[in-house]
Design a protein around this ligand. Sequence first.
Ligand code: PGA
Length: 241
Amino acid sequence: MICAGNWKMNKNPDEATSYVSSLSSSLRSGEEQKLILLVPALCFSSVAQGLKKTKIGWGGQNCHWQDSGAFTGENSVQVMAQMGATHCLVGHSERRQFFGETNKTCAQKIAALQKHKIIPIYCIGETLAERDSNVTEKVIATQLQEGLAADIKPNLILAYEPVWAIGTGRVASTEQIKAVHGFIRAWLKENRAPFKDTAILYGGSVKPDNAKAIASTPEVGGFLVGGASLVANDFLNILRA
Ligand code: PGA
């Protein structure tokens, strides 16, 4: 069970330092390997420093596919790797919606991360309009087909996040989660056999009080948590649920 926390554009470096110190001092044995923090680039230094002696994973929420160059405002994977990052989000729905991320740029980012030995967490999921028009599976199949391009290796994590459940407090039902996670697993087996055992996280309004039911849903390999990861104790309680 993996528990990844997406801070989004929250916290400053001082807040990041106190968060990681409170998180690492509350850990029980065996927990640190299961935790990943996806933090704003401005907090990389604080988080890298604070987690140095732990096995907690960390990394960015977005990256560029080139190591360096004229890409104003972007984050270099090469530098993230030099700083010790272990994971990075790719294709989060907020990136797709507000910053024009496409399945094709996701594939380039995934390849760049793998080149630098950072594990990509590739986010997929349908909007409410897509669910209402019964194209959920079609949308997800396209995201998988185009995002997991030919040069990509199975060393990655998938995160299914129905867009309508992100930050809305409206969690998908365990039946809905079971159906989509099952579809993803079947699609991988049929179309990308080397990826057949890839962990599939669920994300979208996961909280300490709904985590247990979702965790026991078939094919749920963990969580991608936004809002509820901002308080170290809530984040740990989700893992413990
Ligand atoms: P949420 O966000 O937990 O606040 O719904 C999840 C995410 O965006 O990854």
